[in-house]
Each structure stands twice: as C-alpha cells, then as structure tokens.
Design a protein around this ligand. Structure first.
Ligand SMILES: [Zn+2]
Ligand SMILES: [Zn+2]
Length: 223
C-alpha cells in the first residue's frame, strides 16, 4: 500500500495556552493496535497494518507541518501485545512535533485536557521519502555539525518526538518501508521480524516499531 495519497480522517483542535495558540491533530478513529512503552530498545511500538499506516500518515504530517502538534493516543487501545515488555511498563501516548513550535512539553497535560471534541478534517498524505532520496542527508548525519536529529521527552504518560522536517524525513523512510514493503515480505515469510528502527537522541537504541507477531496481518476490525 502506497502511503502517498492515503486519506487520514482526523480531528483538529485549536487550543489557547496563555498567549499562544496550538493546533493539535489526532485520529478521528481510535488506533486499534499500537501499544507503546519504554523498554529494552528505548521505546517499543507493536503495530498491525492499520496502525502502521496511521503512524506513517502522522509522521508525514508532522514532517511537513511546522505549526501542528500530531497526537496519537495509544495508551487505552486495550491491546496487550507488548513485544520486549514485561507487561508492567506504563503505556504511553505518542506526540510528534516540529522543534520550531517551541512547545513546552511540561504543559502538554494542560493542553490535552482542553482538546474538546475537535473539528473533522481529512488529511491527504504526502508520503515519506525513500532511502534513495536521502543520500546527501545520510552522508551529512555523520558530521558533528549535523543538527537534524530527533529528540525525545517522556512526560504525562507521553513520548514526545521533536525535530526538524529533515529529522522526521531522515528517520521516516523506515516507516515508509514498514507500510509499503513489509506487508509483502510478511506475506512471503509470515514469521519474519519486520520493523522500523528509528534513531532518537537519548534512547538506548531506537524507537522500534515492529509488526505484532500475532496480529500482523489481521484487520483491526477482526481483533
Ligand atoms: Zn527490529
Ligand atoms: Zn497483537
């Protein structure tokens, strides 16, 4: 399935905090299978195909939208498939945002409480780059002055990933492969480990997004 051109039904809220106004986009429908916890790799999200697609669309939006906070509520999706987890780790939500927003994550809990019901809005996904498009950026990332890295914070039961457009794109190509290429691979080899390893400053290894070994092919409606 191609990420580019997919339509994502969202809810948009505009929230005022003090002198600033923030635009928050979240999915209109709950994400069925994407438990997220802090663990062995750094952070682990265990997805099915629908959740991988939503994450890819959210990532693409965050990369291209300097004024949008992209919020994926994942804590209450009721799925216990926490690969590499003991089951005791607190579940987390995920928030993606551009660093130029300078949003103080310490105020997220307050902002989250003010989201209200939101306005329906459909986002047409602009896709994520292929690894082949990123050669110059990959080369630059090994230089000390390379600034386009994703940073993280964990507060209010939420993992925040914060970076520039390039930072989201340079890591997002792995999510594009997860959405567009892994399904065929899993069809051919149902037991294959299919994941995206997303480098995030300060995490032991990655944000590791892996297809659930049980529900990788099952449509969420059948869960
Ligand atoms: Zn992996
Ligand atoms: Zn599962």
């Amino acid at each position: 399935m191609r990420l580019q051109g997919q339509r994502w039904r969202t809810l948009v809220s505009t929230v005022r905090l003090g002198r600033n106004e923030y635009r928050v986009v979240r999915p209109a429908r709950p994400i069925g299978h994407a438990p997220l916890h802090e663990g062995y790799h750094g952070a682990q999200i265990t997805v099915d195909k629908a959740a991988a697609l939503t994450l890819g669309m959210a990532w693409s939006l965050a990369a291209r939208s300097p004024h949008t906070i992209v919020y994926l509520p994942l804590r209450h999706n009721g799925v216990g498939c926490n690969i590499y987890g003991s089951g005791k780790e607190p579940p987390l939500d995920l928030v993606l945002l551009r660093h130029s927003l300078r949003f103080p994550v310490s105020r997220w809990k307050e902002l989250r409480a003010k989201l209200g019901s939101g306005r329906p809005h459909t986002v047409t996904c602009r896709g994520l780059p292929q690894a082949a498009d990123l050669g110059a950026v990959f080369a630059a990332r090994y230089h000390r002055e390379f600034k386009d890295i994703l940073r993280h914070d964990i507060t209010a039961d939420t993992l925040f990933l914060v970076g520039s457009r390039t930072a989201f794109e340079v890591e997002g190509y792995a999510l594009r492969e997860l959405v567009e290429e892994c399904p065929q691979h899993m069809h051919e080899r149902p037991d294959a480990h299919c994941c995206a390893e997303i480098s995030v400053d300060g995490l032991p290894q990655w944000l590791h997004v892996e297809y659930c070994r049980v529900h990788r092919v099952t449509a969420p409606a059948a869960l």
